[in-house]
Write a protein that binds this ligand. Structure first.
Ligand SMILES: [Zn+2]
Ligand SMILES: [Zn+2]
Length: 346
């Protein structure tokens, strides 16, 4: 076994703390990566606190992983020792179902193997990127072209693909009015992609003080959703709303902002179910949709697109000792826009 160290939550009520554990040996098709940086996703906090479902403890979170390949199995062809590689939210899937065959491993019908808080193919718990190393089947690794901004590339592995994939699926681009709901880790990437794809982008936010930051990211307009006059002015105007908010919010109000045939796409996951009136969809033949991360092929396409177009996440690099304080700031939305753990501080 391979000795690993990281930060783990031992129970849903304990803070993250140092923990030594073991990972499997590097198999024929496995890649071992020495992790350099790992992004801090809001879902890390949801999962160590059992907000969504009972978790597997001890839990080592982290699914925005970049680092250097230190070992490869004899059958590996995708990467070699010394390469820079990434790992996102999944480390394996069934590979045979209809969705896996189409490159939609995130929708694997038997359930993909998540990077942490999940069971691997061998039935043992998976541990994420708040740790010095990881062992992953090569098919679930990503290659990184942008080696200059490694810390800022890390959040692309979740926040990036989670917003890129739905914008591509619905063909959002020139001639479309896109509203991005929430300006956090996901929202700021949605703004960058929306602008890059040619859409007219509006940020919808409860925080008026975020306007300058939204415009600096390239957003064309900013609407304060607690101001009834500003909301009334954009009723029925958007082709798409990309909803990144993971706190409870008034869906009826947001759906009313869509044009006829508009689509409200959910990527944020509040702890409580949304309450939605049927009339808010029937009026204007509106659609309510959701999207989860992206497949491995599309994640690679997104990373290459970002490298070619100079897109990275806006980040604040933090040390492991500050993780709990950083979670508190993340919950308050006090981060522009993603915390990234520097593994050198472990
Ligand atoms: Zn995530
Ligand atoms: Zn499958």
């Amino acid at each position: 076994m391979i000795a690993s160290k990281g930060y783990a939550a031992q129970t849903p009520t304990s803070d993250l703390a140092p923990w030594n554990f073991e990972r499997r040996e590097v198999g024929e098709f496995d890649v071992q990566i020495d992790i350099a940086y790992c992004g801090v996703c809001h879902s890390d906090l949801h999962q160590i606190k059992n907000d969504w479902f009972p978790g597997i403890f001890p839990m080592v979170p982290g699914h925005e992983i970049v680092g250097t390949v230190t070992a490869v199995g004899s059958g590996v062809t995708k990467l070699k020792v010394g390469d820079i590689a990434g790992v996102g939210c999944m480390v394996d899937s069934c590979r045979t179902c209809e969705n896996c065959q189409e490159g939609l491993e995130q929708y694997c019908t038997v359930g993909s193997n998540q990077t942490y808080n999940s069971l691997g193919k061998d039935g043992t718990p998976t541990y994420g990127g708040y740790s010095n190393n990881i062992v992953v089947n090569e098919d679930f690794t990503l290659t990184i072209k942008d080696k200059e901004n490694l810390a800022a590339v890390a959040p692309l592995l979740c926040a990036g693909i989670t917003t890129y994939s739905p914008l591509r699926h619905w063909g959002v681009g020139k001639g479309h009015k896109l509203a991005v709901l929430g300006l956090g880790g996901l929202g700021h990437m949605a703004v960058k992609f929306g602008v890059s794809f040619g859409a007219e982008v509006t940020v919808l936010s409860t925080s008026p003080e975020k306007e300058a930051a939204a415009k600096a990211l390239g957003a064309h307009h900013f609407v304060v959703t607690t101001d009834p006059a500003q909301v009334a002015a954009v009723k029925g105007t958007f082709n798409f709303i990309l909803d990144t908010v993971s706190a409870d919010h008034n869906m009826g109000m947001y759906l009313s902002l869509l044009k006829t045939n508009g689509v409200h796409i959910i990527v944020g996951v509040p702890s409580n179910p949304h309450a939605i009136s049927a009339f808010s969809l029937i009026g204007g033949r509106r659609s309510l949709a959701g999207s989860g991360i992206g497949g491995i092929k599309e994640t690679q396409e997104m990373l290459d697109y970002c490298a070619d177009h100079g897109i990275v996440s806006d980040i604040e690099v933090i040390a492991f000792k500050d993780i709990t304080a950083s979670y508190e700031r993340m919950v308050k939305g006090d981060v522009r826009y993603r915390f990234v753990l520097d593994l050198a501080t472990l």
